[in-house]
Design a protein around this ligand. Sequence first.
Ligand SMILES: Nc1ncnc2c1ncn2[C@@H]1O[C@H](COP(=O)(O)OP(=O)(O)O)[C@@H](O)[C@H]1O
Ligand SMILES: [Mg+2]
Length: 212
Amino acid sequence: MITVIANLKGGSGKSTIAFNLGIWLLTKGETVIAYDLDPQKTLTDVSLVRKDEGVNPELQVKDINGSSVADELRSNFCHVLVDVGAANMDAMKEAISVADRIIIPVPPSQPDVWATQRFLMIIHSVCGERIPDLITFINRADTHRAIRESDEAEEALKMLDKVDILPGRLCQRTSYRRSLSEGLSVFELAGKSKSAEEFNLFADTLYPGLTN
Ligand SMILES: Nc1ncnc2c1ncn2[C@@H]1O[C@H](COP(=O)(O)OP(=O)(O)O)[C@@H](O)[C@H]1O
Ligand SMILES: [Mg+2]
């Protein structure tokens, strides 16, 4: 299955989600290939940190040079994760055109909701009738329920057409930052933390029925 993690704005958590999902699938005994098509190369860098630290399992992260993005992505028979952003629009459009589903992290702010609306317009123009599953969720949600921004952003996402919204949000937590700097998933950093709990729930929803 080709799962593209994308949206137009940087900093929404694409690479963080792609990395943690990749490690989560590997720990379930699944075969995963991740593609880093963003020139920022965060996913590549974090996997190199992990490799340098000698942490197993290793996440295989590939780039695509000189061949068709669509053909390369379709040539795999395992879980494929694609991290791509607006900095590489051509690759983004090709990845979208062959995606089985697109996961769209949305931080709780009005500009991020607007950017998501524009991203959906791009998806529709690329895919025509064959729209992949579109899955949004709030990333970097505030941990204080009294702050309404996450609820408001989620309400705005509910107005969007043909889009699923995951019930489980990922909160703004320092462990996601540490995850990237240390090359460890949030559930490896601390197996019983809130971020591990919420991420496991999130991944279980995306890949139901995997046991280890
Ligand atoms: N839920 C979160 N809580 C705290 N920090 C986060 C969260 N998600 C992402 N981040 C941090 O925000 C920064 C940008 O995330 P990143 O995954 O690189 O975004 P993108 O790939 O969309 O540009 C990174 O430092 C990352 O660790
Ligand atoms: Mg990134």
